[in-house]
Design a protein around this ligand. Structure first.
Ligand code: ADP
Ligand code: ASP
Ligand code: MG
Length: 414
């Protein structure tokens, strides 16, 4: 009997009717002869609502208590889904992350899974039950309840698929798959038939929130095939798999955007060995992820240092940056939240020069100023003003004729 893992996101379980629809799909899979494990997110905007509530109570909610609160969202959906399945005459059991054996490190709010002890899940499957697991949470090596970061029910699902040796991890969501751009922003975006782990990592890291970044890392490390698909229809979605030659033939997989970062500029930093190491070392100890970094050419022994960090970490980071700027003898610093990052991703870029130039040119023609640039072998990212993000994504998407690029993958796959 095959083990299948399904994951349903917040909008897919947003109300009682939708939960019943999910229950029907799960039951159909069980009746087709599978052993079924289902991971669910909190209903609709529950996680946002709980977070806002916490900040109404306390300006700096203690991390342990925040995790205790947020993990409750997923607890509600597992119980309701289990009830719906039992109501349809099947045997089901719900587990919190802790009960499901998801063991994490101790970093509240962005804990990493260190081990999956799947014994209880396996016993329940063998007893003929459908197993429902709360996404986004686990228990730490210190026996505390932890959460795994926003969107991380995807990570729970992939980790379980790996631990149970499932053939594929089905991620059911509110769009038909991974598109060449966010379909809510670019109506002409096209669904991709397949993307490589590397492309999906770059897309997830640069704002395509359809899959959480860590879930893709986990899938790549453990060789789990992810199938992103709609919970509202039966159609085939997008497969995230090892790269093959089809993907290199198609130049671009997509354009992504991210408005969740802020730009920091430290002015007139003394240009000496060790200064950057000190500044970024201190920021890293606070667990703040630095993304793009640009250092200007030095003038009279000083240089400006600019970088981006998540807006959510801004108030915490500002305190450290202020201290570090003073300690290293910089003139001062500024923070700018009004920025957006636009990225172009594709495995074919490795063998096609000129993609960056084409991107810069089309942005220039649209009168959009580029404030920072960073690249990898399969990605080009630029920082622009937040107000220009929509037009930047659209012009880049059009310039590279990305829907046709996507079609190449399908032609070659047949
Ligand atoms: P879920 O609640 O199912 O986890 P999310 O809201 O986390 O769903 O992710 C799905 C959303 O991701 C879509 O509604 C879509 O707006 C957004 N999205 C951003 N970029 C892309 C992309 N390239 N392809 C598909 N969806 C995308
Ligand atoms: N409920 C969590 C969130 O909103 C986890 C998830 O949906 O994947 O981030
Ligand atoms: Mg999600």
């Amino acid at each position: 009997m095959a083990i299948v893992v399904h994951k349903y996101g917040g909008s897919s379980v947003g109300n009682a009717d939708r939960i019943r629809t999910v229950a029907r799909r799960v039951v159909a899979s069980k009746e087709a002869g599978n052993q079924v494990v289902v991971v669910v997110s909190a209903m609709g905007d529950t996680t946002d609502d709980l977070t806002n509530l916490a900040f109404e109570i306390s300006p700096v909610p203690p991390a342990r208590e925040l995790d205790m609160l947020l993990s409750a969202g997923e607890r509600i959906s597992i119980a309701l889904l289990s009830m719906a399945i039992i109501d349809f005459g099947h045997d089901a059991i719900s587990f919190t992350g802790s009960q499901a054996g998801i063991v994490t490190d101790t970093s509240h709010g962005k804990a990493r899974i260190v081990e999956v002890r799947a014994r209880r899940i396996i016993e329940s499957l063998e007893a003929g039950k459908i197993v429902i697991v709360a996404g986004f949470q686990g228990v730490s090596t210190d026996y505390e309840i932890t959460t795994l970061g926003r969107g991380a029910s995807d990570t729970t699902a992939v980790a379980l698929a790996a631990a149970l040796s499932a053939d594929v991890c089905d991620i059911y969501t509110d769009v038909d798959g991974v598109f060449t751009a966010d379909p809510r922003l670019v109506p002409g975006a096209r669904k991709l038939h397949a993307v490589s782990y590397e492309e999906m990592l770059e897309m997830a890291a640069t704002g395509a929130r359809v899959l959480a970044l860590r879930s893709v890392e986990y899938a790549r490390n453990y060789g789990v095939v992810i199938h992103v698909r709609s919970s509202f229809n039966e159609g085939e979605g997008t497969f995230v798999v090892e790269e093959d030659e089809r993907m290199e033939k198609a130049l671009i997989s997509g354009v992504t955007h991210d408005t969740s970062e802020a730009m920091i500029r430290i002015r007139r930093v003394p240009d000496r060995p060790g200064v950057a190491a000190r500044i970024f070392g201190e920021i890293a100890t606070e667990n703040v992820n630095v993304d793009m970094i640009v250092q200007n050419v030095s003038e009279d022994g000083h240089t400006d240092l600019s970088f981006t960090i998540p807006k959510d970490d801004l108030s915490r980071a500002e305190k450290i940056i202020e201290k570090m700027a003073r300690e290293v003898g910089a003139e001062g610093f500024s923070a700018d939240s009004d920025i957006a990052k636009v990225s172009l991703v594709g495995a074919g870029m490795k063998s096609h020069p000129g993609v960056a130039a084409g991107m810069f040119q089309v942005l220039a023609e649209a009168g959009i100023n580029i404030e920072m640039i960073s690249t990898s072998s399969i990605r080009i990212s630029v920082v622009v003003r937040a107000a220009e993000v929509e037009s930047a994504v659209k012009v880049v998407h059009e310039r590279f004729d990305i829907p046709n690029e996507a079609a190449k993958r399908e032609e070659h796959s047949e």
